[in-house]
Design a binder for this molecule. Structure first.
Ligand SMILES: Nc1ncnc2c1ncn2[C@@H]1O[C@H](COP(=O)(O)OP(=O)(O)OP(=O)(O)O)[C@@H](O)[C@H]1O
Length: 587
């Protein structure tokens, strides 16, 4: 069971119930066809009984022919009703899965990117695609609808049986408690096997995702054999569990069910012979029971299998609710003033990653004057990127405050804040679309109007993207493949930079944006930042000190705290951490 803030999260169930509530017409047809089909199926044994017990002994040939015709036609009507039910079942299943997928996806869009890894990307993909499909199209529709139709069938069968022979019906019904007992006995084992099965499936998906992201690494380091081994191991594991589950359900459980059915059918036939010999029933009743009994037991068996499906449904519901239980980010309501460059203040900000001994950032305080250019340096793992993640609200401080012109950033509407404060992270993935659409993301080429074109032209100019795109045959329509395999590292960095400039931000945070650039391009981009200085607050994280040579002042971060701060000249004269970094970078 998944709880959030003391409340049980069962949004998957609620979503399904809501769609069912809005699908009254489809549900009505499903119930109507089911009910009619169960009545039609019951007519056949009744006709047989009358034919043999009443009509044939009286030699009413015309009526007999009429009955035989009906007996032959009824299965056709039954089949037609069943296919109509299947059509509406399919309709309902697709509607349910579509709705649930959209809800899950919308929920995922509102959580912090970091939370995705709590479950795993491959696992989430598997839940969003195959598990939702299984839940809605197989279990909810087929299984739940099968319960409904089987209950109709069971009631009509029992009614017919009771009108024929009360005693025989009682004997035939012995199997019901036996089925219930078997079903209860196997419930836990089914749940355990299904849990294992879905976990292994999700692991496989997760591995595949990782594998394709690292496809080149496999070739770079001759990892083919190792990966083949991992894939075989996963397949063995998946095959093992699926075989266990198959053997358990289809052999052990079904075999026991069939044995019970055969035994009780034998008892019913024996008892009906006794009833015929003692003149309590006629041969037509026995014939009707011979037709009815397999149907009755197939109903019991279906209800029993449905129980297995319901257990599986519970496992998937748990997985989907785990996604729904991931906390949504607080959106905030204030709108930033896009005409003004704000003062940025960090007050005793602390953020510790879970499971990490050293805090990412600890009691970090900093005042950034509007329009200034701040360089942030420090050793790897010092906490520099964590700082940007906090200012952009991908992480929430555990204590302390981040303010813009005195207002806590959590009060701003997060979407507006992220336009106001642009952030170019160190590790970003490109979309498999054109250079243009990567720059104007999330807009599409068709949405290019005058204002967007103006912003785009300014962004490609500032980032020096134009320099290399103009010579490409398809220019800005050049398609980016596999996260930029067809571009150089420096070209990718410039595309990402152009995207950052698109919203006309008032604070610009750039993390290692020149690491792949040649000295010439770096110098051009230094000029760009110099042009923006004063109009935009610029925060730049850099290991290459030449990137921040124009900074007003530099903050040296060490172990999540400020170790030194001052203008480049001041820091050089201090002979501290910055000085030693500077000396080491001199050729
Ligand atoms: N998502 C995360 N989960 C757990 N720990 C993390 C996470 N991100 C970063 N860390 C850890 O927090 C510390 C600070 O990381 P951060 O990325 O802020 O360092 P950095 O100074 O930007 O390093 P670099 O210069 O190498 O980019 C590191 O020890 C890192 O391993």
């Amino acid at each position: 069971m998944i709880y959030q803030g003391g409340e049980m999260v069962n949004q998957a169930r609620d979503a399904i119930l809501e769609v069912l509530k809005n699908s009254k017409k489809v549900l009505f047809f499903i119930l109507l066809f089911n009910l009619t089909a169960s009545l039609v199926s019951m007519l056949q044994p009744v006709l047989f009984k009358d034919l043999f017990d009443q009509i044939l002994p009286k030699k009413q040939i015309d009526t007999a022919i009429y009955y035989i015709l009906l007996i032959v036609l009824l299965p056709v009507v039954f089949a037609a009703l069943n296919s109509a039910t299947a059509y509406y079942n399919n309709e309902l299943g697709k509607r349910l899965s579509k709705d649930l997928r959209v809800r899950l996806f919308s929920h995922l869009l509102e959580i912090r990117p970091k939370q995705i890894d709590q479950i795993g990307r491959g696992e989430i993909i598997n839940r969003l695609t195959s598990q939702v499909g299984m839940l809605c199209e197989v279990f909810v529709v087929e299984s739940v609808m099968s319960i409904v139709s089987n209950i109709f069938l069971l009631l009509s069968t029992l009614w017919i049986m009771l009108t024929m022979s009360f005693e025989l019906t009682l004997v035939a019904m012995i199997s019901f408690p036996v089925f219930m007992y078997i079903s209860k006995r196997f419930r836990n084992k089914t749940e355990k096997l299904d849990d294992m099965y879905y976990t292994v499936l999700e692991q496989g998906m997760s591995y595949l995702k990782d594998f394709f992201s690292n496809f080149k690494t496999v070739h770079l380091f001759n990892g083919q054999e190792a990966e083949k081994k991992r894939w075989i191991e996963w397949n063995d594991q998946a095959w093992g569990i699926s075989r266990k589950s198959h053997v358990f359900h289809n052999m052990t459980v079904n075999l026991i069910a069939d044995l019970v059915i055969s035994l009780i059918t034998g008892i019913v036939y024996g008892y009906s012979l006794y009833l015929i010999l003692s003149d309590k029933i006629l041969a037509g009743t026995l014939l009707a029971f011979i037709i009815i009994l397999p149907r009755l037991y197939s109903i019991f068996k279906s209800l029993f299998t449905v129980h297995v499906d319901l257990t599986r449904m519970k496992v998937i519901m748990g997985n989907l609710n785990e996604i729904f239980s991931m906390e949504r980010i607080e959106c905030g309501h204030l709108l930033p003033d896009f005409n003004k460059v704000p003062r940025l203040e960090l007050r005793n900000v602390t953020y510790r990653y879970s499971g990490e001994n050293s805090p990412g950032i600890s009691k970090f305080s900093l005042d950034v004057e509007p329009g200034s250019f701040v360089g942030i340096v420090g050793l790897s793992g010092a906490g520099k990127s964590t700082l940007f993640e906090l200012i952009h609200r991908h992480l929430e401080p555990q204590s302390g405050e981040i303010r813009l012109d005195g207002i806590n950033i959590s009060e701003f509407n997060i979407h507006e804040l992220r336009k106001y404060v642009a952030y170019n992270p160190q590790k970003t993935v490109l979309w498999s679309s054109s250079i243009l659409e990567n720059i104007i993301y999330p807009k599409k080429k068709e949405e290019m109007d005058e204002s967007l074109t103006r912003k785009f032209n300014a962004a490609v100019e500032l980032s020096h993207v134009r320099d290399f795109v103009e010579v490409l045959p398809d220019k800005y329509d050049t398609k980016i493949v596999s996260n930029g395999e067809n571009l150089s590292g420096g070209e990718i960095q410039r595309i990402l930079l152009a995207r950052t400039f698109m919203n006309d931000p008032k604070i610009l945070m750039l993390d290692e944006y020149t690491s792949a650039l040649d000295a010439m391009t770096e110098s051009c981009l230094n000029d760009t930042l110099l042009k923006l200085k004063g109009k935009v607050t610029i925060l730049v994280i850099a290991h290459r000190l030449s990137t921040i040579k124009n900074a007003d002042y530099i903050v040296v971060v060490d172990n999540g705290k400020i170790a030194e701060t001052g203008s480049p000249e001041e820091l050089l004269s201090m002979h501290g951490v910055f000085r030693s970094m500077y000396d080491k970078q001199k050729i």
